[in-house]
Design a binder for this molecule. Structure first.
Ligand SMILES: Cc1cc2nc3c(=O)[nH]c(=O)nc-3n(C[C@H](O)[C@H](O)[C@H](O)COP(=O)(O)O)c2cc1C
Length: 166
């Protein structure tokens, strides 16, 4: 198996950054504590059954919590929630949730009030893939609103949608 060198990792990361995504905060509740992290590897997998995925770095401090809990809630951030993207990428997990209005989902999972959309999922399986694990989930429930702009991320910058006008 080949090893990816540091310089080639930078090369890959630069190319991957050209793929624009939405921004999510994925949350769970484990061992009496709320856990949450910013994530842009979220994607759809299947409609029947309804399934999604995201990937978590093995070295993440929340890896055990997400692996051992029964599921996770995906919060799709709106533009107005841009500050949450960096808040949920650093600091203690308790600080990340401090002062936020939370709605409790299955197994006490916290959902962030005001998200553009959310998916509450049970953990289907975990697939080990290099230095990340792919977290496959079955959608239990979801909801969305369309009157708010999405937060988007591309080329290491946050922004929002500029619709194409021919
Ligand atoms: C825009 C953005 C997207 C991110 N996407 C992911 C991701 O898909 N998977 C991941 O493991 N980390 C991702 N991160 C990094 C995690 O949010 C960060 O490493 C984590 O919250 C660190 O805390 P922890 O180790 O305590 O979980 C992303 C960060 C940002 C800012």
């Amino acid at each position: 198996m080949s090893t990816t060198t540091l310089s080639s990792q930078d090369h890959i990361k630069k190319a991957m950054a050209c793929f624009g995504t939405g921004v999510t905060v994925i949350t769970t509740h484990h061992d009496g504590q709320d856990w949450g992290m910013t994530c842009n590897s979220f994607n759809t997998v299947s409609l029947d059954p309804a399934m999604v995925l995201w990937s978590i770095k093995n070295s993440s401090s929340s890896h055990a919590a997400f692996s051992q809990s029964t599921g996770y809630t995906v919060n799709i951030l709106s533009l107005e929630q841009h500050a949450l993207a960096m808040r949920f990428a650093q600091g203690s997990h308790a600080e990340r949730f401090s002062g936020l209005k939370l709605i409790r989902m299955t197994d006490n999972r916290p959902r962030l009030d005001g998200a553009l959309a959310w998916f509450d999922c049970s953990l289907h399986s975990k697939v080990t893939a290099g230095d990340h694990d792919i977290m496959l989930g079955n959608i239990i429930d979801c909801s969305s609103q369309t009157d708010t702009a999405p937060l988007l991320y591309a080329q290491r910058q946050f922004g929002t949608l500029k619709p194409w006008q021919a």
